[in-house]
Design a protein around this ligand. Structure first.
Ligand SMILES: *[C@@H]1O[C@H](CO)[C@@H](O)[C@H](O)[C@H]1NC(C)=O
Length: 442
C-alpha cells in the first residue's frame, strides 16, 4: 500500500515537472506519515497523507492557473438574477458569501459569487444569456437583450474583479490584470427570432458564442429533444408541424454568418444531426459549452464518439458539464465521474479537444467534490495524480484549448473580411405552421 502511494506521488512529480527536491521531501514525508499510520490506525493515516499531498498538488495547480486562465464555458447566474431579483442589481451582494444570503442560501441552483470565483481561480467565465424556450415566437429577442444587459451591468459594477472581454487576447489580458475575464454566450437559436440582423447585433453587444438550440427546435435547427422524441417536439410532431432534424438551408446560413462575424458555434443541446450538419459546413472550430461523453452516460445532451472523432478533425472542444444527470445518468456523481468523462474525450478526440463547462447556477445536482465555482483547482489537483496529465495537458484542459479555438474563429473572421453580410431571410417553408408576433408586411 505504502509503496503504491509513493509511486503515485512520484508519478505526479514527473507529470508536473515539479522541483525534484520538493517531491523527494514530499515522498519522504509520506513514508513517515504512513509509518505513523501503523501506530495510530489506518483511516487517520490515510487522511493525513492525502491532505498533505493534496496541498502540495494544489500549490502546483495554483501556479499553473497563474500562467494560463481557467476558462469555464457556461454559467447561468444571469438567469438566476432575473428569476430572483428581476435583474435589479442594487441589492445583490455578489462580493459576499452568497451561500448564506437571502434567496441564495440553501438554494440548490446557486453556486457562484465573487469570493468563490476567486478561490476557484476562475480566469474567464462565459456568462449565459439564456432565455426559456417558452419565449420562442414571443419576446425571446427582447428577453435576450435584457439578459445581455444584466451581464454587462454586473461586470461594470465590479471593475476591480471583472472585465468584459470579447476576444481571445482579451481573455489573456484580463487574466494578467488579475480580473475574471467575462464573456457572453447566447444560449439558444430561439433568441434570434430567425433573423441574421439580430445575430449581428448580438455580436456587436459582445456575444461570442451562440448555442444553436436550447431544449426546443428552432425553425432552422433540431434540438437534442428531437433525439429523445418527447416533450414539445413529440407534441408538435403529433400536430403535424414540420420540424427540422438537423440544419435547414437557413440554419447553414446562420453558421456561415457566425463564421464571418467570428462568433463561436456552440453545439450543446443540439440534435446529433445538427452536430453533424454544423461540423460539415463550419469553417471554424466549434465548441460544446457544457456537455459530456455519451459513451459513459447515454443522454441526448452528451456527445457520441463519432462526433468526438469529427470534432478532432474540426479542431473544436467539448467543455465537460458537471451535471450529475449527464455524468452518471443518475442523481448522484462525484469528481471522479467528471474525470472519467474528461479522460474519455481525451482518449477518443485527443487532449487538444477537451475543456470545462460546469454549468453552475443552471444545475441543481452537483458532483461530490465539485459543489461550486471554488472547486476547479481540486479537480485539476486530482487529475495531476495521473502521469498522463503533464502540466502542458492540464493547461490545455483548463483554458488553453478554448483560447486556441477562439483564436482560430477570429482568424476565419479576419480571412473573410471581404465577404459581405448575408441578407437572406428565413424561408416561408422553414416557418411552415409557426407564427411569430410580428409587424406584418415588412
Ligand atoms: C443510447 O440509447 C438509445 C435508446 O435510448 C439507443 O438507441 C442507442 O443505441 C444508445 N447508444 C449507445 C451508444 O449506447
Amino acid at each position: 500500500m505504502t509503496s503504491v502511494r509513493v509511486s503515485v506521488c512520484c508519478a505526479g512529480a514527473a507529470g508536473l515537472e515539479l522541483d525534484c527536491r520538493q517531491w523527494v521531501a514530499m515522498c519522504g514525508l509520506l513514508v513517515v506519515t504512513a509509518a505513523l499510520g501503523v501506530g495510530v490506525g489506518v483511516p487517520l493515516a490515510l487522511e493525513l497523507r492525502s491532505s498533505r499531498l493534496l496541498e502540495a498538488r494544489l500549490q502546483v495547480v495554483r501556479r499553473l492557473l497563474r500562467e494560463v486562465p481557467l476558462i469555464d464555458g457556461h454559467n447561468d447566474l444571469p438567469w438566476n438574477l432575473r428569476r430572483y431579483l428581476h435583474n435589479q442589481l442594487r441589492d445583490f451582494p455578489f462580493s459576499e458569501d452568497l451561500s448564506r444570503k437571502g434567496p441564495w442560501a440553501g438554494n440548490r441552483w446557486t453556486h457562484t459569487d465573487l469570493q468563490r470565483l476567486r478561490r476557484g481561480m476562475v480566469g474567464a467565465q462565459f456568462w449565459s444569456a439564456y432565455v426559456p424556450c417558452g419565449s420562442q415566437y414571443l419576446d425571446s429577442v427582447q428577453l435576450t437583450l435584457e439578459q445581455i444587459d444584466v451581464i454587462r451591468r454586473l461586470v461594470d459594477k465590479y471593475p476591480a474583479h471583472m472585465q468584459l472581454v470579447t476576444s481571445a487576447q482579451g481573455i489573456e489580458d484580463a487574466h494578467r490584470a488579475g480580473k475574471v475575464a467575462s464573456l457572453i454566450g447566447v444560449e439558444g437559436g430561439h433568441s434570434l427570432g430567425s433573423s441574421l440582423a439580430v445575430l449581428r447585433m448580438f455580436y456587436q453587444l459582445g456575444a461570442r458564442y451562440m448555442t444553436l438550440t436550447h431544449t426546443c427546435n428552432t425553425p432552422w435547427a433540431g434540438s437534442s429533444l428531437a433525439d429523445d422524441a418527447r416533450g414539445d417536439v413529440g407534441r408538435e410532431l403529433a400536430a403535424g408541424i414540420q420540424e427540422p432534424n438537423g440544419l435547414t438551408a437557413f440554419g447553414k446560413l446562420v453558421i456561415r454568418e457566425m463564421n464571418r462575424l467570428g462568433m463561436m458555434v456552440d453545439l450543446s443541446h443540439a440534435s446529433v444531426q445538427t452536430m453533424v450538419d454544423a461540423l460539415a459546413v463550419t469553417h471554424a472550430p466549434v465548441i460544446f459549452s457544457h456537455s459530456s461523453a455519451l459513451a459513459l452516460c447515454n443522454s441526448s445532451r452528451n456527445v457520441p464518439d463519432h462526433v468526438l472523432q469529427s470534432l478532432a478533425l474540426n479542431g473544436g472542444i467539448v467543455m465537460v458539464s458537471f451535471y450529475n444527470n449527464f455524468l452518471s445518468c443518475s442523481d448522484t456523481a462525484t469528481l471522479h465521474d467528471v474525470i472519467a468523462h474528461i479522460n474519455h474525450i481525451r482518449k477518443v478526440a485527443g487532449v487538444n479537444h477537451v475543456g470545462l463547462g460546469a454549468g453552475f447556477d443552471g444545475i441543481n445536482l452537483t458532483p461530490t467534490g465539485l459543489e461550486d465555482v471554488s472547486r476547479y483547482p481540486l479537480l485539476l489537483a486530482e487529475l495531476a495524480r495521473d502521469r498522463r496529465w503533464s502540466s502542458t495537458d492540464l493547461k490545455k484542459l483548463a483554458g488553453a484549448n478554448l483560447v486556441r479555438v477562439f483564436r482560430e474563429t477570429e482568424k476565419v473572421r479576419d480571412d473573410w473580411s471581404d465577404r459581405t453580410p448575408t441578407e437572406d431571410w428565413i424561408s416561408m417553408e422553414d416557418l411552415d405552421g409557426k407564427t411569430y408576433c410580428r409587424y406584418p408586411g415588412t
